[in-house]
Write a protein that binds this ligand. Structure first.
Ligand SMILES: [Zn+2]
Length: 198
């Protein structure tokens, strides 16, 4: 037991709720004494994005570097999330592209990453996660277009139900503005394809 765990009250009410669930399922005695405390702590960490505005990261912006259209892509951003249907983890990588409006301020790449990872740190449906990221971009940045491709391995499909194992992925894409059309759509798909087939 760590020092931090020793400092905490032994059975807080939220821990007892989970302990009761284990009891009700006949699992009492099959888990560690501190499992309920650990579970609640893990769930809090994995849902930390509920209590913040992930879009705030995108408000940290820098002066423009070019007056022409330039596609900026961040590849292979790792994330973990909980599926809203089962509250079981899914994880993967994401590729996000933004096309800043010429002359507009631009955002740092790490801010795009932080914003997406916080959106993922909510009970999520992968199809909606991509659209929420585009909404955050559109709401906080001056862009002519944006696109996102998400790869996800869902334990609710891998380990139960269809029991596909972890090699089966879900891939979702969402686009807005100029990235819905050629030639920018083609550029994004070329970049995304190289990522998706790695
Ligand atoms: Zn699920």
């Amino acid at each position: 037991m760590t020092a931090a765990m020793e400092d905490e009250p032994q059975h807080r009410s939220e821990d007892i709720l989970y302990r009761n669930l284990l009891d009700w399922m006949g699992l009492a005695g099959h888990t560690d004494e501190s499992t309920a405390t650990r579970y609640v702590r893990a769930l809090r960490q994995m849902t930390r994005g509920v209590h913040v505005d992930p879009g705030r990261h995108l408000q940290v912006q820098f002066p423009p570097v070019t007056t022409s259209l330039l596609l900026i892509t961040v590849k292979d951003i790792p994330y973990v999330s909980l599926c809203a249907h089962h509250m079981l983890p899914f994880w993967g990588t994401t590729t996000i592209a933004v096309l800043p409006t010429p002359g507009a301020k631009i955002v740092g790449l790490s801010k795009i990453t932080r914003c997406f990872q916080e959106l993922a740190a909510r009970p999520q449906i992968q199809e909606q996660l991509g659209q929420q990221m585009l909404d955050a971009i559109q709401g906080n940045l001056d862009v002519s277009g944006a696109a996102i491709a998400i790869r996800g391995t869902h334990t609710c499909m891998a380990l139960r139900g269809a029991a596909t194992g972890t090699n089966t992925e879900m891939v979702t894409t969402s686009n807005m503005g100029k990235l819905e059309h050629e030639p920018w759509l083609g550029q994004f798909l070329t970049i995304a394809r190289s990522v998706l087939t790695d």
